[in-house]
Design a protein around this ligand. Structure first.
Ligand code: ADE
Length: 241
């Protein structure tokens, strides 16, 4: 049974067999079974018009590769997008996905995701619909399906009731604009390596202070881009008192 807050996911793809894929296992798979989200895949090829069922053609102006036809993709969108929630097109040209976008998508009632193949989709169909172009990073995949899986995995784990420990969503990497502090578990000594003393102290405030300092240092060293944003916010907070 779907719960009232369930997220309705629709994926348009030339490879429907790629879904749910990894989203059918582990945390996302259990959430799917529990009705926390639902999945409908739409085979773009089923909207092909000719007897060869062609979905792509050569680019006007020449060049390598093939382009997905606007008429075929348009019919797929028209039949699939519920006119509520974002219509997301995965492309390396899109805005790069971050945790703030993931949170925004997790608050939607529905997500409709268009996966491109070949060189991409005819521009006119992207102009004809309120398409939000999203990239998962500065590299090129062979299609949008794996990128869609990444996006959906990040969204689904934030849905209400999906993560076991409700707090684990707020304290982790990126939620505060910082990378995660180092983690340790038993045994307290392993191959001669010990655990930072403060973590064994049972002193919660000191543990929190140590973790924040570690998160700050790791972020400063590894991600100057994140660090400058965090440092600016921190300075502002200090001013406000
Ligand atoms: N399709 C191909 N590469 C991609 C990327 N990096 N992000 C999103 N969609 C893609």
């Amino acid at each position: 049974m779907e719960s009232p807050s369930s997220l309705a996911v629709r994926v348009m793809t030339l490879f429907p067999e790629m879904f749910p894929g990894s989203l059918g296992t582990s945390l996302a798979g259990k959430a799917l079974k529990d009705g926390k989200w639902s999945l409908e895949t739409v085979d773009i090829r089923s909207f092909a018009r000719d007897k060869h069922r062609s979905v792509d053609d050569t680019p006007f102006g020449g060049g390598a590769g093939m382009v997905m036809r606007p008429d075929v993709v348009n019919d797929a969108i028209d039949a699939t997008w519920p006119r509520t929630g974002p219509l997301i097109y995965l492309t390396p040209r899109g805005k790069v996905l971050d945790q703030a976008m993931v949170r925004r998508f997790a608050a939607e009632p529905a997500l409709t995701v268009l996966c491109g193949r070949y060189e991409g989709v005819d521009q006119r169909v992207l102009d004809a619909w309120p398409v939000e172009e999203v990239s998962i990073g500065d590299f090129v995949l062979s299609g949008g399906e794996v990128a869609a899986t990444v996006l959906l995995d990040a969204v689904i784990r934030l849905l209400p009731g999906v993560m076991g420990n409700a707090e684990s969503g707020n304290d982790e990497s990126f939620e505060r604009g910082l990378l995660e502090y180092p983690l340790y578990t038993r045994p307290a000594e392993w191959q001669g390596r010990t655990v930072p003393e403060v973590l064994l102290s049972g002193h919660h405030a000191k543990v929190a202070q140590w973790r924040l300092a570690q998160a700050e240092e790791i972020t400063r060293q590894r991600r100057p881009d994140l660090w400058s944003g965090y440092a600016a916010v921190k300075k502002n907070d200090l001013k406000k008192g």
